[in-house]
Design a protein around this ligand. Structure first.
Ligand SMILES: *Cc1c(COP(=O)(O)O)cnc(C)c1O
Length: 445
């Protein structure tokens, strides 16, 4: 990697990354956000409004949706039992919560947020061009026979390691679009089967996620009736994720949990290409400013956002570090970060930690044992955040430099569990078996 030299302040980090050693990188520029620096404000507000306008449509399309919960709602749960155990390092006496996106209805993962938003935005634009919906109106007309006939002449396609395909496939086929999902080699076979069962065309690729995306992008480029959901570049995905921040703010307020400069909020979100965690971090910074500290988690085999953030502007990949991008955390198996997202994180992201697959299995098991949560290993990455901050050599320095050390006992920690409620029982059994073994010699020092 040409841009890495011995003068680089990140030099120690490169060695840890190459050696696949779990580590914490803290962002030296993570506190430089200027007031009013919010270039996507209008787009985020429009996404929040669109998702709200979609509620009646979603009830029409998915009559089995529970009446108690919105299609894009997930619970905010207590996680004290997870971190109270004596064998894990404890990060102060603050509050520990889980934002349970693994339980999002229909898609079973955080992809419901960005993915559903993008499909809805595309469908609305297309229908508006044909005079089928009023501007800023209720979206129920998107379920009309006329809209369905229109959508059936169009294809929505996407490249995915699995969960984004599930989200897009479910939403696109419910509206009557033809749906095509390009899957990378690491996609789990149950995710492919589930899509095929819904009439979605699944195209399997021998290569990694970036190659699946690239193939999908090229296929769609030649087709005027095709819309490609571009996970590496899409603003509609990004702002759909960002809308989640408002929901968390509302839930914290309803629970009378204060967040302000003396009661900091720390969030821990698993990161693949960066769209989901980046969008949420963007949204949280809009609402909470200097009172929120956003951390991402990545597998030691695929720390693409960490590599990109530490490298600066030059495009990098984890392959440049000799890493192989092979991880059981399929939702995070991405070698190159989104170049839409990385620059937006420069002054918004507090830091990124990494974890091994064995740690993720152990955390999956613990979430099941202690909190009765059914999550997938990718989502378990969220729980590693406070452990990494408490036990990495960089942790105490970051806490001291930011003034967080003195506020930890009043802090609110949110582990964002990003997927897993649709995992079939047999697969889940395998995760837990492996996790129980890994848990016995789990180490965080
Ligand atoms: C997709 C995904 C992520 C990360 O989202 P990106 O937008 O790829 O960064 C995290 N966890 C799970 C379970 C996912 O499916």
């Amino acid at each position: 990697m040409a841009n890495v030299d011995s003068e680089d302040a990140n030099a120690p980090i490169w060695d840890l990354l190459r050696g696949r050693t779990p580590c914490l990188w803290t962002n030296p520029e993570g506190h430089g956000l200027e007031a009013g620096d919010d270039p996507l404000a209008a787009a985020v507000l429009a996404a929040e409004a669109r998702l709200a306008r979609a509620a009646p449509l979603m009830r029409r399309l998915f009559p089995d949706l529970s009446p108690d919960i919105g299609f894009d709602d997930s619970p905010l749960l207590d996680a004290e039992a997870f971190y109270a155990a004596p064998e894990v390092p404890r990060l102060g006496r603050g509050r520990f919560l889980v934002k349970a996106d693994h339980a999002l209805p229909l898609a079973g993962s955080i992809k419901a947020r960005g993915g559903f938003h993008e499909v809805l935005a595309f469908a609305e634009k297309l229908a508006a061009r044909h005079g089928l919906v009023a501007e800023e109106g209720d979206l129920i007309a998107l379920a009309s026979p006329a809209a369905k006939a229109l959508f059936s002449r169009h294809t929505i396609s996407v490249g995915s390691t699995g969960n984004l395909g599930l989200g897009i496939g479910v939403m696109a086929s419910a509206l009557g679009f033809r749906a095509v999902v390009h899957m990378s080699s690491d996609a789990k076979s149950w995710k492919k089967q589930r899509l095929r069962d819904r009439g979605v065309t699944v195209i399997e690729h021998a290569g990694d996620y970036a190659q699946a995306v690239d193939q999908g992008r090229q296929d769609a480029a030649g087709d005027a009736h095709a819309h490609f959901v571009d996970d590496e570049r899409s603003l509609d995905l990004f702002v759909g994720y960002a809308a989640a921040a408002r929901q968390l703010q509302t839930q914290l307020a309803a629970a009378e949990i204060a967040v302000d400069i003396d009661h900091p909020l720390l969030t821990y979100i698993p990161c693949g290409v960066g769209g989901a965690p980046g969008g949420i971090a963007y949204g949280l910074k809009r609402l909470f400013g200097d009172s929120v500290f956003c951390f991402f988690g990545e597998p030691v085999a695929a720390p693409c956002m960490l590599t990109q953030m530490a490298a600066g502007d030059a495009r990098t990949s984890v392959y440049d570090l000799g890493l192989d991008n092979r991880t059981e955390a399929d939702g995070l198996a991405v070698a190159q970060a989104s170049m839409l997202v990385a620059p937006l994180m420069r002054h918004r992201l507090a830091g990124i930690y990494t974890a091994t697959d064995e740690q993720l299995f152990a955390l999956t098991w613990r979430a099941h044992q202690r909190l009765a949560l059914d999550i997938e290993p990718s989502a378990a990455m969220a729980f590693a955040g406070p452990l990494s901050l408490a036990s990495s050599p960089n942790g105490p320095r970051f806490l001291a430099d930011t003034g967080l050390q003195d506020k930890l006992d009043r802090a609110v920690h949110v582990a964002w569990t990003t997927g897993g409620s649709l995992v079939p029982a047999v697969e889940r059994g395998k995760f837990l078996e492996r996790g129980a073994v890994a848990s016995a010699d789990l180490e965080w020092a």
